[in-house]
Design a binder for this molecule. Structure first.
Ligand code: LLP
Length: 429
C-alpha cells in the first residue's frame, strides 16, 4: 500500500517522523514517499511486462517537478493534458517522444507548442480538433502522430464527475463514428492517425469495465484494419484504483491478469500498448499533514478545526471522497489497526474534521471515530498524493501549502510554502 506506518505510536514516512516534518516545514504540508512512488511504478511495469507498455504517468494527478523526475528516472513517459503540463514534464527532464497529449479543449496555441516540442502522440477527441491539428501541422510544416480517443460506452461504476467513457460524456467520439473518422482523416500527410485511445473513468475498482472496453477497442481495431487502416498503438488510459481504505483496490497484477491475455497476441504481432496511470502510482505515496487549530463542541458534535480544508484537499467536499485521517501521535498510542471507515476501538470520539474556510462544505472528514484531539495536534490525511496538491486553491487567500519529499532517511522541500506576497504577485492595484 505505502510507506507511511506507525512505529512506537508515531507516524513515519519511510525513516522520517511525520511530526518532525510538520514542525520543520509547518502545516498544511504534503509529504510524499519516493520509495512508494517507485514501488507502485515497478509493480505496474512488472505486472504488464508481457505486453511491454509505455507507462505514461498522468501528470495531472500530482505534477511537482520532483515527483515527475522520480517517475521519469523509473522509465515513465508522461500523460499530459495542457501546454502547462507539457512545460512541466519537459522541465522535469521528460523525453517528449514519450508524451501523450489528451484533452477535449486543446487551444491552437497549445497544439502549436506541442508540435514544436515534438511530443509523441496527440490523443484527438473530436473531428474539429483533428482538423485544427492538421491545419496547424500544415501551416508550420511539422508532422506528428495521432490516436483517436473513442468513447466505448462502458460504465466504470465510479463517481459521475469522473466517469468519462459512457455515451454522452464530453470525451472522445462514439465508437460508431470511429470508422467514418478514419475515412475522413486517416490519410492526412502530416498527422498520421494510427492509434486508438480510451479512458473510461477514475477510480475503477473492478476489472470488468476494462475487460469490456478493451474488447470493444480490439473489435474496432479489427474493423479498421479490415478497411485498410493500420493501427499500431492502443492507449488504455488510466483509472486503476488506490487504497483509500486498507486493501480496497485490486493490485496491479489483478488488472494485468484480466487485460494482458486480451492483448498478448496483438502485441506479439506489433501492437504498442500505452497506459496512463496516475492515482494508482501517486495517491498512496502522499499524505497531507494538518494542524488542529481549535477543538469545540456545537450541539452534540465535536469539531476539530484544522489549517487544511477544501482549499488544500478538495476531494472530500467535491466528490464526497473518503480519506482516512488519524493523528500523527495519537494520545495513548491509539494506533489504527488498519485504515477503514469504521474502526471499533476503545477511547475514540466521534469527530468532524473541518477546515478554516467560510463554507459549511469545507470539511476533510465527516462523522469519524478518532482518538481525542487537542489544539496543536498534527493529523495525517492519507492517500492524498493524487489530486490533492494538484487541485489545491488559494480560496480565502490562503497561500498554497509546502510539499516535502522523503527518500529513506532523507527529506527535502520540493515546493516552498507560498507567502502573502505570492498571493498578490500577479495583481495590479
Ligand atoms: N488518462 C486520462 C485521459 C485521464 O483523463 C485521466 C484522469 C487519467 C489518464 C489518469 O487517471 P488515474 O489513473 O489517475 O485514475 N480529480 C479526480 C480524478 C479525475 C481524473 C481525471 N482523469 C479525483 O480526485 O478523484
Amino acid at each position: 500500500m505505502d510507506e507511511f506506518r506507525y512505529q512506537s505510536g508515531s507516524l513515519f514516512c519511510e525513516g522520517v517522523a511525520m511530526h518532525d516534518l510538520a514542525q520543520a516545514f509547518g502545516t498544511p504540508c504534503y509529504v510524499y514517499s519516493a520509495s512508494t512512488l517507485r514501488q507502485h511504478f515497478t509493480r505496474l511495469s512488472t505486472a504488464f511486462a508481457p505486453v511491454d507498455p509505455l507507462i505514461c504517468y498522468s501528470v495531472k494527478c500530482c505534477s511537482n517537478l520532483a515527483i515527475l523526475r522520480i517517475l521519469i528516472e523509473c522509465g515513465a513517459g508522461m500523460d499530459v493534458v495542457s501546454g502547462g503540463e507539457i512545460f512541466r514534464a519537459l522541465r522535469a527532464g521528460g523525453d517528449p517522444k514519450n508524451f501523450v497529449y489528451a484533452g477535449v479543449g486543446k487551444s491552437d496555441q497549445e497544439i502549436r507548442y506541442a508540435l514544436q516540442q515534438r511530443i509523441g502522440l496527440f490523443n484527438v477527441e473530436s473531428e474539429m480538433e483533428f482538423e485544427t491539428l492538421s491545419r496547424i501541422a500544415h501551416e508550420t510544416g511539422m508532422s506528428t502522430c495521432a490516436a483517436l480517443r473513442v468513447n466505448p460506452d462502458v460504465d466504470p461504476k465510479t463517481h459521475r464527475y469522473t466517469t468519462t467513457g459512457k455515451r454522452e460524456s464530453k470525451f472522445g467520439v462514439d465508437l460508431e463514428r470511429a470508422l467514418a473518422f478514419f475515412d475522413a482523416y486517416g490519410h492526412d500527410p502530416l498527422v498520421a492517425l494510427r492509434g486508438i485511445h480510451l479512458h473510461i473513468g477514475s477510480p475503477v475498482y473492478s476489472t470488468d469495465p476494462y475487460l469490456e472496453s478493451v474488447r470493444k477497442a480490439l473489435a474496432l481495431i479489427d474493423k479498421l484494419e479490415s478497411k485498410g487502416f493500420h493501427v499500431d498503438t492502443l492507449d488504455l488510459g488510466g483509472g486503476f484504483g488506490a487504497d483509500y481504505e486498507s486493501d480496497q483496490s485490486p493490485l496491479a497484477s489483478d488488472y494485468a491478469r484480466v487485460i494482458v491475455p486480451l492483448l498478448q497476441a496483438r502485441v506479439d504481432a506489433g501492437l504498442r500498448i500505452i497506459l496512463e496511470p496516475g492515482r494508482s502510482i501517486a495517491a498512496n505515496a502522499g499524505v497531507l499533514l494538518t494542524k488542529v487549530e481549535y477543538v469545540k463542541k456545537s450541539g452534540d458534535r465535536n469539531f476539530a478545526i484544522c489549517d487544511a480544508g477544501m482549499h488544500t484537499l478538495l476531494r472530500p467536499s467535491h466528490y464526497g471522497a473518503f480519506h482516512f485521517v488519524w493523528p500523527t501521535d495519537p494520545v495513548g498510542a491509539l494506533v489504527p489497526p488498519r485504515r477503514a471507515r469504521e474502526l471499533v476501538m476503545a477511547g475514540l470520539e466521534r469527530t468532524e474534521v473541518v477546515g478554516p474556510l467560510c463554507e459549511t462544505g469545507d470539511f476533510i472528514a465527516e462523522d469519524r471515530m478518532l482518538p481525542p484531539l487537542d489544539r496543536g495536534d498534527f493529523l495525517a490525511v492519507f492517500t492524498a498524493g493524487a489530486y490533492g496538491m494538484a487541485m489545491a486553491s488559494r480560496y480565502n487567500s490562503h497561500p498554497l501549502p509546502a510539499e516535502v519529499l522523503v527518500d529513506g532517511d532523507h527529506f527535502r522541500l520540493i515546493r516552498e510554502r507560498e507567502t502573502y506576497d505570492d498571493l498578490v504577485r500577479h495583481e495590479h492595484r
